[in-house]
Design a protein around this ligand. Structure first.
Ligand SMILES: Cc1cc2nc3c(=O)[nH]c(=O)nc-3n(C[C@H](O)[C@H](O)[C@H](O)COP(=O)(O)OP(=O)(O)OC[C@H]3O[C@@H](n4cnc5c(N)ncnc54)[C@H](O)[C@@H]3O)c2cc1C
Length: 463
């Protein structure tokens, strides 16, 4: 992914704003640039732009949206920023966090009112660490729906999304100003385009095994569930241009994906009182720290397997997710009318499973405390019939990347801006601190959707 001198090239044509990557980040950046009066071209390597965005549940956190107000949810950007920093142990850039939180509510309203996305507030469960109901989702709480809505919005605005266009090289002058890009077509032909400003929206390095081993070795062996085309190109170009990188060890893991079904089991079943046990029928970590850091805990268990166990009450919020309904339809959710029945259908040892469930039930009543540190008093005990899903660990996306400021400008190590390079979403340093424990649910699409909008607006200002 080299950066080549401008002198080598005469561009075939030039656009004001060039966006690299056609996921949520790139599409929001292009919409914002277009709205600010700058024509934007999106280059996307795939035949159809899907990205990790389509693989996600599409839940976007935001404070102060009209959807929250309609439901009487009392939330503010300050509270949202405090939740993010608490989870990240104050390891995120406060200016970037604040800019994202301030812009989050207005961005949800913008997507719904200016761009016709069908969004609602998810108010039937809270993720660990989130103090208010602030997740916003599409009707089926599905990232593919979000991506389709954004593509339709881009089409309505006449924004060109050029697919089958894998950007290989950037061109830059001696000041670090990016002048354009060269991209490869499926037949091997190389085309070039000049640009006034460039937005890197090509996500992180989850699809690059070498970078995973180097930066996030603890999760490198888990299955990568994000988009395979996200191979760390933004980091490679940024470094070649003299940009700073940070938090390269941060990532969004997930401690409960259903292997064999290709579907995640939403953590909503855990936040209502569900637990995870290993093949010995024993709990092994505090599930309420968060699903991201739980991935490594599952990875350490025999066979890299955990059973997620919950009941029909805990299942209620999960039923709003299209992917959960698919998991049920495909037979991924097992049911036991009794603990013995659950043990028989899962193959878990009955005595140990009984003991684990009895202990957890006692802790919900304040009878003793969980040595792993979970506060069980927040939820009622699990009640039969029991439900169970065989789950494994996954890496969803990386969170480290190019250091940016509050307006999404890419920075050098001395804190100065590169002249015309913006980054957001998985391409930029996220807001999750340096490791897996800092990921608060929604940080991914917050930086992609809201950060993308900020980046597009900033890019247009440079034109
Ligand atoms: C299973 C799963 C569930 C998730 N659930 C949630 C959730 O509910 N909420 C949340 O906040 N986050 C969630 N995430 C994370 C979220 O999906 C990502 O943070 C977000 O989609 C990133 O958006 P993006 O636009 O930066 O990247 P992407 O959507 O991945 O888009 C990047 C695009 O860039 C393209 N590209 C890459 N390199 C090049 C190149 N050289 N040239 C041209 N194109 C290129 C890729 O093909 C891709 O289409 C989830 C992730 C996964 C995997």
């Amino acid at each position: 992914m080299p950066v080549r001198p401008t002198a080598e090239i005469r561009f075939e044509y030039t656009v004001p704003v060039l966006v690299i990557g056609g996921g949520a980040c790139g599409l929001c950046a292009a919409l914002a640039a277009n709205e600010a009066g700058a024509e934007a071209l999106v280059l996307e390597r795939d035949q159809r732009p899907t990205g990790s965005t389509s693989l996600s549940q599409g839940l976007i956190p935001a404070a102060g949206s009209r959807f929250q107000r309609a439901k009487g949810v009392d939330d503010t950007p300050e509270l949202m920023a405090a939740d993010i920093q608490k989870k990240a142990r104050n390891g995120a850039d406060p200016a970037v966090v604040r800019a994202l939180c301030d812009a989050s509510g207005p961005t949800i309203d913008w997507l719904a009112d200016a761009h016709g996305l069908d969004l609602h507030l998810v108010d039937n469960f809270l993720y660990p660490g989130m103090s208010r109901h602030r997740m916003h989702g599409t009707p089926n709480q599905d990232g593919a729906e979000l991506q389709s809505g954004l593509l339709a919005a881009a089409a309505r605005r006449g924004i060109d999304v050029l697919t089958h266009a894998r950007v290989q090289d950037l061109f830059a002058d001696e000041t670090g100003r990016v002048t354009g890009a060269a991209f490869t077509r499926p037949d091997g032909a190389v085309e070039t385009v000049g640009a006034g400003a460039v937005v890197l929206a090509c996500n992180g390095f989850g699809g690059n095994a070498g970078m995973l081993r180097r930066y996030v070795p603890e999760i490198a062996e888990a299955e990568y569930w994000g988009h395979a085309g996200n191979t760390g190109d933004a980091v490679a170009w940024g470094e070649a241009l003299g940009a700073d990188t940070s938090d390269m060890g941060a990532y969004q893991g997930h401690g409960s994906v259903a292997p064999g079904f290709g579907l995640p089991l939403t953590w909503a079943v855990v936040t209502g009182g569900g637990i995870q046990v290993n093949l010995a029928g024993e709990r092994f970590a505090n599930e309420m720290r968060g699903y991201s850091e739980h991935a490594v805990e599952v990875l350490k268990q025999p066979g890299r397997v955990a059973w997620s166990i919950y009941d029909t009450r805990c299942e209620q919020p999960a039923l709003s997710f299209e992917e959960y309904r698919q998991l049920v339809a495909l037979g991924g959710v097992k049911r036991g009318e009794t603990v013995a029945g659950l043990a028989a259908i899962t193959g878990l040892p009955e005595a140990a499973l009984t003991r684990t469930l009895q202990q957890a039930a006692a802790w919900t009543q304040g009878d003793g405390a969980d040595p792993l540190g979970r506060d069980f008093k927040q939820t009622p005990p699990l009640a039969p019939p029991y439900l169970a899903v065989r789950t494994g660990p996954a890496l969803f996306h990386t969170q480290g990347g190019l250091v940016i400021d509050a307006e999404a400008h890419v920075l050098r190590p001395d804190g100065t801006r590169l002249p015309n390079l913006l980054a957001a979403g998985g391409a930029a340093r996220g807001v999750s601190g340096p490791s897996s424990w800092g990921y608060l649910a929604g940080n991914g699409l917050l930086t992609a959707v809201v950060g993308g909008r900020i980046a597009g607006t900033s890019a247009a200002r440079l034109i």
